[in-house]
Design a protein around this ligand. Structure first.
Ligand code: FAD
Length: 484
């Protein structure tokens, strides 16, 4: 796996294995010695074995002796969803994406059940399953149902060879339907769309990428960063079609896709279509029940739903009240993990509000790694300004620092092709550090491995030309940097 890409993924897996997991792994067979709160035994059932459900289960076990059952219809064991693409690309096997050995669950008395839950009787506290399995009762229920790929009613969206990219089953399907094809078309220019483009590209499959917006992901990325990713997509020989919508997917005589028709009326022949126009909370089977839902399952700050003893976490949860500037639904890995930890506290007797701190996210666009901290909007807001640096020759690295126009306090940062230290940006943004200090101390946030080209000096020199009244002393290059 390429180094840049593997870093983000390994960070996600490493994040799961914190120091106290050492205790967890080796000592939880002696529960009483390590429990913080001995309580009476409840049966806590968690639907969903993704990052949020599994973190809830692990955290509950660390803190209590409750009976825990985790149910999922997707796979027997927890795996890293963010690593699905690497299985397709041949960098990893499915086994490699499982952060825990299979024996871990029994050893820690977390029961796993592979089944689809088809209904919930909230009065009887009972779950129903597909395929005539007996119902299961619970004392407390955690819904960690994740997301599903969006479909917008396009003609032909259910044809053979047309698929979203979310689940392990989606991956198997994509594997089957992208063998020996002459073109794939991807619909929807977000984080998953570009991953799918890279996947097809890795197998040498000519790929057309339909993006409705005038530039890649420009609802999130500022114009310069978005343009950089357009270039990166094209440099990888993907046929990027901006401002282009899908109108229809056309079938062959066997019900398999043979072409798409765009909004401009162009027909593009293809044998596979990837639908990656966003995801939404996977809440269909709890809609029209007593559980209150909007786009997701509505929860309060402690992740409690309107029904006593029922909680929701991760991608499927929607906060009733906004948490500062954060969105009511957060569909990223680390927020799922934090929600899992938070609900575990409440379920073990310590009602705790979800307080996720400063926003961050990371991704990779082909070979360009992306990190964002704090608030960086597609367009600076009224009180904001940006300092933006871009590597001039290749145009594949950049740093944007957003700050408050009046106070010059730093509000957020976008780093492309540069690795930054999370804890440093967290501190700078949290403490409202001045732009001048941040640029002066940029080296503290530097996280690229040894011998990677350093850019602090270039950034600082540009800063000095843009801010002549607030000069800083640029970092001196080391002898090795000067030589190479
Ligand atoms: C291809 C891809 C790449 C991504 N890359 C990144 C990334 O780089 N960084 C990042 O932060 N985020 C990324 N994400 C998003 C991240 O993976 C999700 O936010 C996170 O996995 C959601 O976790 P979750 O536990 O809430 O739900 P999920 O992981 O979706 O788990 C929910 C589980 O519940 C099961 N389930 C649902 N309903 C039922 C039912 N009725 N009965 C039984 N089981 C049920 C589902 O089958 C699923 O297994 C990516 C997502 C995808 C799809």
């Amino acid at each position: 796996m390429p180094l840049q890409k593997s870093l983000g993924l390994h960070r996600q897996i490493a994040d799961l294995l914190t120091d106290d997991d050492t205790i967890f792994i080796f000592y939880t067979c002696y529960p009483t010695a390590f429990q913080t709160k001995p309580t009476s035994m409840d049966h806590i059932v968690i639907i969903g074995n993704g990052i949020s459900g599994i973190t809830a289960a692990r955290s509950i076990r660390k803190r209590s002796d409750h009976k825990i059952t985790v149910i999922s219809g997707e796979t027997d064991h927890f795996f890293s969803r963010t690593a699905l693409m690497y299985i397709y690309m041949g960098h990893m096997t499915y086994e490699h994406t499982k952060p825990y050995e299979d024996f871990f669950w029994a050893k820690n008395r977390i029961e796993l059940k592979r089944a689809w839950v088809s209904g919930i009787d909230f009065d009887k506290k009972q779950l129903q399953f597909d395929e005539g399995e007996p119902p299961m009762t619970y004392d407390k229920l955690v819904l960690a149902l994740g997301s599903k790929s969006n479909k917008f009613g396009w003609p032909g969206q259910d044809l053979k060879g047309v698929q979203g990219m979310y689940s392990y089953q989606n991956l198997e399907y994509i594997e089957e339907y992208t063998t020996d094809i002459s073109r794939g078309v991807i619909v929807g220019g977000g984080l998953i769309g570009i991953e799918l483009a890279e996947m097809l590209h890795s197998r040498g499959i000519p790929t057309t990428f339909l993006v409705r917006e005038s530039s890649f992901w420009n609802v999130v990325l500022p114009a310069e960063e978005s343009a950089m990713i357009n270039r990166e997509i094209e440099n990888n020989h993907v046929d990027l079609r901006l401002s282009t919508e899908l109108k229809e997917i056309v079938s062959d005589e066997n019900g398999r896709v043979k072409a798409v028709i765009t909004g401009d009326g162009e027909t593009i022949e293809c044998q596979f279509v990837g639908l990656t126009a966003g995801v939404s909370p996977n809440v269909a089977f709890v809609k029209d029940t007593a559980l209150e839902t909007n786009r997701g399952i509505l929860v309060d700050e402690a992740l409690a739903t309107n029904i006593p003893d029922v909680y929701a976490v991760g991608d499927c949860a929607e906060f009733r009240l906004p948490n500062g500037q954060r969105r009511p639904i957060e569909q990223v890995w680390y927020t799922g993990r934090m929600m899992g930890e938070t609900v575990a506290r409440t379920l073990t007797g310590e009602r705790t509000a979800y307080r996720p701190g400063i926003w961050f996210n990371s991704a990779k666009f082909f070979d360009i790694e992306y990190q964002t901290y704090g608030w960086v909007w597609a367009k600076d807001r009224e009180n904001e300004q940006s300092f933006y640096w871009e590597e001039p020759q290749l145009g594949n690295r950049s740093l944007r620092i957003v700050y408050d126009k009046d106070s010059k306090k730093v509000l957020g940062c976008n780093a492309f092709g540069l690795r930054m230290r999370h804890e440093v940006w967290d501190k700078w943004i949290g403490e409202g550090t001045q732009l001048q200090t941040v640029v002066q101390d940029l080296e503290k946030a530097h996280f690229d491995p040894e011998f990677f080209k350093r850019y602090e000096q270039d950034i600082q020199l540009q800063y000095n030309t843009e801010f002549p009244s607030a000069q800083i002393t640029p970092r001196k290059k080391s002898l090795l940097e000067k030589i190479f």
